[in-house]
Design a protein around this ligand. Structure first.
Ligand SMILES: NC(=O)c1ccc[n+]([C@@H]2O[C@H](COP(=O)([O-])OP(=O)(O)OC[C@H]3O[C@@H](n4cnc5c(N)ncnc54)[C@H](OP(=O)(O)O)[C@@H]3O)[C@@H](O)[C@H]2O)c1
Length: 272
C-alpha cells in the first residue's frame, strides 16, 4: 500500500508549495515555508532520546519509511542544511540530500526543487570549532561550506577538495547568530538544521530557531550510567522560569509514528 501520512490536525493558513502529486499524497497534504526561516528536523524516542552511542543513527526511528520520506521532503525544501561535526562523525559517509534518505522518491524531490527554482541539492553547512574532520569524506567532495574558527581554518587549510569552502569567524567559538549571518550572506534563506542536539541547543538558546519538525518514534531507549544517550537539546539548561515554548502547527500520523510541527515562540506559547 502506498505510503500516506494521516493529517490529524493542521493550523489553517500555513504556507503551501505546489508539490508533485507523489509527495502531497505521501505527506497527506502540502507543505511550505515563509521566505526566510530556520527549521529543524529530529526523530526522538518516546522517552526523549535522539541518539545512542551504542546504536546506529537509524535505531531511534527504526528506519521507518514515513520518517525518511519526511526527512527527504524537508531537505528538498531547503536551500541549505546545517549540521554539527558530531552528526557528521556519527554518519561519516552520509550526504544530506533528499534522495540519499529516500532514493525511490528522488525524481519527486527533484521535481519539487525545480518548481522552487532551487539547485539539485541543498548546500551542506558544517559547523566545527576544531576543524577536526576527515577532508576525504563524500560531503566535501560534493561541496560543503565549513563554518569554523581561525584555528579550525588553519587545521583544514589546503586539505579540502575544490568543491568545498571554509568561512572562519573570529573568536574561540562560532556563535549561532554569526552562523546565520554567514548563511544569509551566501544567499541561503530557507535553512534546515538536522542538528545534532548540541547545535540545536545553541540555536534555541539564541532564540533563532523558527520551527521544529519532530518525529515521535514508538520506541523507548532508556538511560543508565554506562550508555551515552543524548536528548533533543544538549549543552544548554534553560531557566525554568523562561523555558522556550512552542505552538503546534501540524500533527500527522503514520501507523504508530507521530509527526509534529511546532513554531518556536520564545518563552511564551499561544497554545498555553
Ligand atoms: N535523532 C535525530 O534526529 C538526530 C539528528 C541529528 C543528530 N543526531 C545524533 O546526534 C549525535 C551528535 O550530536 P552532538 O550533539 O554530539 O553533535 P552535533 O550537535 O552534531 O555537533 C557538535 C559539534 O559541533 C561543533 N560545534 C558545536 N558548537 C559549535 C559552535 N558554536 N561553533 C562551531 N562548531 C560548533 C563541535 O565540533 P568540533 O568538535 O569539530 O569542534 C561539536 O563537537 C549523533 O549521534 C547523531 O547521529 C540525531
Amino acid at each position: 500500500m502506498a505510503l500516506r501520512l494521516a493529517t490529524l490536525w493542521e493550523r489553517a493558513g500555513l504556507p503551501a508549495y505546489e508539490l508533485p502529486a507523489t509527495l502531497s499524497d505521501a505527506y497527506g497534504g502540502r507543505i511550505g515555508f515563509r521566505s526566510s526561516i530556520l527549521y529543524a528536523n529530529f526523530v526522538t524516542s518516546l522517552d526523549g532520546v535522539v541518539a545512542a552511542n551504542d546504536a546506529p543513527p537509524s535505531a531511534i526511528s527504526g528506519g521507518a519509511e514515513a520518517d525518511r520520506m519526511v526527512m527527504g521532503l524537508l531537505r528538498a525544501c531547503a536551500e541549505a542544511v546545517v549540521v554539527g561535526a558530531g552528526t557528521l562523525r556519527a554518519e561519516p559517509r552520509h550526504l544530506w540530500t533528499p534522495e540519499r534518505i529516500h532514493p525511490s522518491l528522488a525524481s519527486a524531490y527533484a521535481e519539487l526543487r525545480t518548481t522552487l527554482r532551487l539547485p539539485p541539492a541543498p548546500h551542506l553547512v558544517l559547523l566545527t570549532r576544531t576543524g577536526d574532520v576527515d577532508p576525504s569524506l563524500p560531503v566535501f567532495e560534493q561541496g560543503a561550506l565549513v563554518v569554523t574558527t581561525a584555528g579550525g581554518e588553519a587545521t583544514l587549510r589546503g586539505k579540502l577538495p575544490a568543491a568545498s569552502a571554509v568561512a572562519s569567524l573570529p573568536g574561540p567559538d562560532v556563535g549561532p547568530a554569526a552562523v546565520l549571518e554567514v548563511l544569509r550572506g551566501e544567499g541561503f534563506r530557507v535553512v534546515l538544521t538536522e542538528g545534532g542536539p548540541t547545535i540545536l541547543g545553541q540555536f534555541l538558546a539564541a532564540g533563532l530557531l523558527d520551527e521544529l519538525f519532530l518525529t515521535l518514534s514508538p520506541r523507548l531507549a532508556g538511560r543508565d550510567g554506562q550508555s551515552h544517550r543524548l536528548g533533543l537539546v544538549e549543552g544548554q539548561a534553560f531557566d525554568p522560569s523562561a523555558l522556550p515554548a512552542a505552538t503546534l502547527l501540524s500533527l500527522k500520523r503514520h501507523r504508530s509514528h507521530l509527526f509534529v510541527r511546532y513554531r518556536l515562540d520564545g518563552e511564551r506559547s499561544s497554545a498555553d
